[in-house]
Design a protein around this ligand. Structure first.
Ligand SMILES: [Zn+2]
Ligand SMILES: [Zn+2]
Length: 492
């Protein structure tokens, strides 16, 4: 009896997450991580480094390149494009009849209902003289194009799928090209800045540079951009715009006459089938699978953090100069997540971060859930960082850390750099490259540490920039671009 009661009290304290097929399915991406963990519950740094060369894969980014698939996809879309544009321009609509009461000057159609309505609604009379009614308002019919027919919902869904597919491929190609170009056109300055980065990439996947076809990738990128900009031009057309809130359809669509016979809609139907079902299959939501996915993702984040530390100055004892890093697992019962406590210490100053891997998928209430998680964890940390494995949608609320995203480990490294700079009261050694700092500036890698006072809220804070380099080119070295207190952009 007593234990039951106790359980209930704890339960109301706990934050529950919605089950979703999408979150469960990430298990298959991270399965190998969990397998590795179960075989290696105790792990030394040496064993970890060794495993990276053999069976521990922390990044599947490069396995995804499939130019044949992209070529094929583009060909199918290009073939359907003239028909898609025709549907944008001249969609099939349903003419709907709406009865409204309008001022008499505006009425175009008078029907039998008009008279009946007028007789029984004296508020719509202007006046009545000798039993003759002069109307003020009349009931009339108006006609409007209704874009919401089923075939147009299919069309709208198809356009969304195309946009999503193209954007995803474009992102991938652009990142791959960027990594490639940086690596071949590396100057002295960049060499210092990116040395650790390329070493790390090499450790993640060494075959990449040997198999990369720059010209082919450039051509594909150009083609995707062309199709994207063509489609984007038509998104303001009513057949798309008026269905913007329509719900997404499952993979199997009804084969209506319009979809089978209409000269343009039949290509909508064809392309829909060609694109296949890229969304998850309609399976039962399996909570056990979701729990396993969460476990695997927790381990992945832990390993990636260790990887980030090991590929960022720190030695086997997690030491670098006067800095000491500690990584510890921490089970957070209120959210049922095994988080990672990251402590960065410089002499006697330390900062404590809590990294909370969260593989649950929040469709709409993302911000609310992330805030709830932070509230449940409470105080005791200088920063609570939630990570999620889904599409890059960078918000201030959570970090996108995923096995298919090449830059994931850099997000962690940025966190390390931030902690190192914030705990360092001496400012003698550059936290990024280890060279000497002179008046908060590093001559070698051009890191420049600044003491700021926010002009809006007067908060004192430290930020960094890289001298002579735009923020977009050094995002992982730029900390506190905005005031951490009020989020106002710094005026520096
Ligand atoms: Zn430096
Ligand atoms: Zn401020």
């Amino acid at each position: 009896m007593k234990s039951n009661l106790l359980k209930k009290i704890t339960d109301t304290n706990k934050l529950y997450f919605p089950a979703s097929i999408k979150a469960g399915n990430i298990f298959y991406q991270y399965k190998n991580i969990l397998d590795f963990y179960q075989k290696n519950t105790t792990l030394t740094t040496n064993k970890f480094d060794e495993a990276l060369k053999n069976n521990l894969v922390l990044c599947t980014f490069f396995e995804q390149i499939d130019t044949q698939y992209i070529e094929n996809l583009l060909k199918q879309i290009a073939a359907a494009m003239p028909h898609l544009i025709e549907v944008f321009r001249r969609p099939v609509t349903h003419l709907s009849e709406i009865e409204t009461i309008v001022p008499v000057d505006m009425a175009k159609h008078i029907t039998s209902k008009t008279v009946r309505h007028l007789m029984s609604n004296s508020q719509d009379w202007e006046c009545i003289k000798k039993s003759k009614i002069t109307p003020k308002n009349v009931l009339t019919k108006t006609y409007d194009d209704d874009y919401g027919i089923y075939e147009n919902l299919v069309f709208k869904n198809l356009i969304d799928r195309i946009l999503k597919l193209l954007k995803k491929q474009l992102h991938y190609l652009i990142v791959a090209l960027k990594i490639y170009n940086e690596s071949v056109s590396i100057d002295v300055f960049s060499r210092i800045n990116h040395e650790q980065y390329y070493k790390a990439i090499g450790n993640l996947y060494s075959g990449f540079f040997n198999n990369f076809e720059e010209i082919e990738t450039n051509a594909l990128t150009k083609k995707i951009k062309q199709q994207l900009s063509l489609l984007t031009k038509y998104l303001s057309h009513p057949v798309y715009r008026k269905n913007i809130t329509a719900k997404s359809l499952g993979s199997d669509i009804k084969q209506t006459n319009i979809l089978l016979m209409h000269k343009d809609y039949k290509y909508v139907n064809k392309l829909w089938k060609q694109l296949g079902n890229d969304d998850v299959k309609e399976e039962e939501i399996d909570e056990k699978l979701q729990a396993k996915a969460q476990k695997a993702y927790e381990k992945y984040c832990e390993y990636l953090l260790i990887f980030a530390v090991r590929n960022f100055n720190f030695n086997e004892q997690f030491k670098f100069n006067k800095w000491q890093m500690t990584i510890k697992n921490k089970k957070i019962l209120t959210v049922d997540i095994e988080a990672i406590e990251l402590t960065i210490k410089h002499k006697k100053t330390q900062t404590k971060y809590l990294i909370v891997p969260c593989s649950y998928y929040f469709k709409k209430d993302k911000t609310k859930y992330y805030q709830d998680i932070k509230n449940k964890i409470g105080t005791g940390y200088d920063n609570i960082i939630i990570t999620h494995p889904f599409d890059i949608d960078y918000t201030d609320q959570a970090l996108p850390i995923s096995i298919i995203e090449i830059n994931s480990f850099r997000y962690f490294q940025k966190l390390l750099l931030e902690g190192m700079i914030l705990t360092d009261n001496d400012k003698n050694i550059c936290a990024f490259c280890g060279a000497n700092l002179l008046e908060n500036k590093c001559k070698k890698c051009r890191l420049n540490i600044q003491n700021n006072k926010c002009s809006t809220c007067e908060h004192n804070y430290i930020s960094t920039k890289v001298d002579g380099v735009a923020i977009e080119n050094a995002p992982f070295k730029t900390i506190n671009k905005n005031c951490p207190n009020c989020k106002e952009e710094s005026n520096l």
